[in-house]
Design a protein around this ligand. Structure first.
Ligand SMILES: Nc1ncnc2c1ncn2[C@@H]1O[C@H](COP(=O)(O)OP(=O)(O)OP(=O)(O)O)[C@@H](O)[C@H]1O
Ligand SMILES: [Mg+2]
Length: 382
């Protein structure tokens, strides 16, 4: 039977069989934590962490053998950054919790089942909240109308963020007609999100399926065939995003226009929604309808940032009319530059690198700069 997704997976590094047995007995009495393995040899910890992907690791501070506890702590931090460690010790060898050294909690023997569960839960919770707040920024590029420049903005924005030194992943969430496959001219057999395992996904699985673009971003592609899109569920996407948050400083997502379950799950998970608007009456009508929907869902106003695409092509619509529909002036504007944008897209290169001095490139870099100022990403560099 598979374990519930909310269960905390624990790896115990313990060479004293009686202690391992004691911990096992305490955990048998409850459901929230699952002991995935007991490793007695510190030298095997790295491979077990990579293979089992625990949520929390407990290490006996008095571990014997060639690989001592301090080294185990370092190894876990190397192969599983973000996995919290709890140190098990005796009162005669006190250890202080030390976040900088990777020690999220300490358990001194003898301890009760209650103490054991509490320290694991606290370590896990702290790590998860760091994971979802303050370590990376998830930006969803959305528009309730096709052909307005979502893929173009998502690609160039991701490259602009990577050029600022942020480890960036671009996700093609247009699962039916993944535009990035054709834009980047990837081979038909290049793996997609569907090649990830459906249960627990680890960094190694991700590394196997990501497409690495010369512009220094990693890309999670959409499936290569239209009918495969329906195999992707909202839950799958949530799991992938939660891992991407852990691995990348910035995650940019190219979304389709339709608001289905999967798109809504991504919008929910995003820190920022960049919604593209244009001077076009159909786009504006749809934008109004969507902003009503977003209000009903309860998205904070600050989560949504409007990007006026082709800002210099008003087509008879006044800036005041646009502001009335949006309830405010758009936060960002990107000019129209057909010759550069179309050629760059046709060649599969980002215009922000091909011609960084062009106004359209500067405009996208300004959007990237605003994202970098948002609390989550600003915190990464502090
Ligand atoms: N700022 C711009 N100036 C000029 N042309 C642009 C600009 N942004 C996008 N385009 C062009 O607009 C067209 C649509 O862009 P894109 O494919 O990025 O839109 P989309 O919203 O992803 O469309 P789809 O609904 O097909 O997914 C492309 O031909 C692109 O080159
Ligand atoms: Mg597109």
């Amino acid at each position: 039977m598979s374990s519930p997704a909310s269960q905390i997976r624990l790896l115990l590094v313990e060479d004293v069989p009686q202690v391992a047995q004691y911990v096992r007995g305490l955990l048998d009495a409850q459901q929230s934590i699952k002991l995935v393995d007991v490793v007695a040899d510190g030298g095997r910890v790295a491979s077990q962490v990579q293979q089992l992907r625990p949520d929390v690791v407990i290490v006996d501070w008095l571990l014997q053998g060639r690989t001592k506890a301090r080294r185990v702590v370092e190894l876990v931090r190397e192969v599983g950054p973000g996995i919290p460690l709890v140190v098990l010790t005796v009162p005669q060898s006190p250890v202080e919790p030390n976040a900088a050294a990777g020690i999220a909690g300490v358990l001194a023997m003898p301890f009760s089942g209650f103490e054991l569960v509490n320290v694991i839960n606290a370590a896990h919770q702290k790590a998860s909240s760091v994971e979802t707040a303050g370590r990376s920024s998830v930006v969803a590029v959305y528009a309730p109308k096709g052909g307005v420049g979502r893929t173009t903005l998502a690609f160039n924005l991701a490259v602009a963020l990577a050029s600022q030194g942020r480890k960036t992943c671009l996700v093609d969430a247009c699962f039916q007609f993944g535009d990035l496959r054709s834009l980047l001219k990837v081979p038909a057999d290049a793996p997609s999100i569907l090649d990830l395992p459906t249960d627990r996904i680890g960094e190694a699985d991700l590394a196997d399926v990501l497409w690495r673009d010369p512009s220094r971003i990693d890309i999670l592609l959409a499936p290569s065939r239209v009918e495969l899109a329906e195999m992707i569920s909202a839950r799958d996407v949530e799991k992938v995003l939660s891992l991407l948050r852990r691995v990348y400083e910035a995650v940019v997502i190219d979304l389709p226009a339709t608001l289905g379950d999967v798109t809504l799950a991504i919008l929910d998970a995003a820190d920022t929604i960049l919604e593209i608007v244009t001077y076009d009456s159909t786009t504006l009508r749809n934008t109004q309808a969507v902003s009503d929907a977003f209000r009903a869902i309860g998205y904070a106003a600050a989560k949504l940032r409007y990007v006026l695409m082709r800002a210099d092509s008003a087509g008879g619509i006044k800036a005041e009319d646009l502001a009335r529909v949006l309830g405010r002036a758009p936060e960002h504007s990107i000019v129209s530059d057909g010759p550069l944008v179309v050629q760059a897209n046709n060649e599969g290169v980002p215009f922000v690198l091909a011609n960084p001095d062009a106004q359209v490139s500067r405009d996208v870099v300004a959007v990237a700069a605003a994202i970098l100022k948002a609390p989550a990403l600003a915190a990464v560099r502090r």
